[in-house]
Design a protein around this ligand. Sequence first.
Ligand SMILES: NC(=O)c1ccc[n+]([C@@H]2O[C@H](COP(=O)([O-])OP(=O)(O)OC[C@H]3O[C@@H](n4cnc5c(N)ncnc54)[C@H](OP(=O)(O)O)[C@@H]3O)[C@@H](O)[C@H]2O)c1
Length: 275
Amino acid sequence: MAAPAVPEFLYGTAWKEDRTAALTEQALRAGFRGIDTANQRRHYVEAGVGEALAAASRAGSVTRADVFLQTKFTYRGGQDHRLPYDPAAPVATQVAQSMASSLEHLGTDHVDSYVLHGPASGQGWSAADVEAWAAMIRERDLGRTRWLGVSNVSLRHLLQMEGTGAERPAFVQNRCFARLGWDRAVRAFCAERDIVYQGFSLLTANPEVVQHPRVARLAAHQNATPAQIVFAFARAVGMLPLTGTSDPLHMTQDLASRDLSLSPDEVRELEALAG
Ligand SMILES: NC(=O)c1ccc[n+]([C@@H]2O[C@H](COP(=O)([O-])OP(=O)(O)OC[C@H]3O[C@@H](n4cnc5c(N)ncnc54)[C@H](OP(=O)(O)O)[C@@H]3O)[C@@H](O)[C@H]2O)c1
């Protein structure tokens, strides 16, 4: 099985509807080598990602082996009527059906990361999650994904998951609010266990940071934009950031933020800015 490394940036494909294929292709052309999607038609067109990969491969620019491809299993509660599984089937069967449908949409025999889109309950790691996670591990053991992840989790979810003796995820993907210390507790849990923390909504969840005068000064000093400073900060504290930009210039700028470096003092200052 081809083994692309985990890239330094993920291109997110949510909310792009019939522009999904064109924008994903554009992101690949811009240089993104990590793509995040989900088998959740309500917010994603997973088949559009498959179209983009096929087109890039035909053009000879990017092959499947060059791309870190991540998709998700989404419970019934997070879906609309366009389900990738039989809602009457047990959760374990739904996971297997959703994965089979993802591989068909994406035109591949495996993904690189398979993520539980969110736990069944906000309160804690439930019996449904235990069943879904075991089914995801089976998919991994069958070679349909290289790694597994969980998304939209609290520290409580993660501790309870660990308490069940479950295999730990390779990835945690969370919305990252600066006012919650940039999800400090979950990031610390991940760092102690070599789990890669993927942060999304870094710009949209944190307008007070993006517009902060200190960030503007840092950006001017580095000849960069505030958005680039936020992504550089995310990377400096060990996150794998996501962006879902639809703008070709922003695609280039977001990737170029990999070349920015912040001093330890600047990182500490940004970390303390809002939380
Ligand atoms: N696991 C989950 O439940 C979950 C939930 C939400 C999202 N996600 C994933 O995360 C991905 C990213 O979502 P997101 O919530 O972070 O929001 P997003 O859809 O990426 O939105 C980012 C916003 O920031 C702007 N932006 C991006 N780069 C910029 C730049 N360099 N300068 C100025 N503005 C810039 C974009 O505007 P322009 O388009 O104009 O650039 C857009 O308005 C999604 O596509 C999805 O794959 C996962």
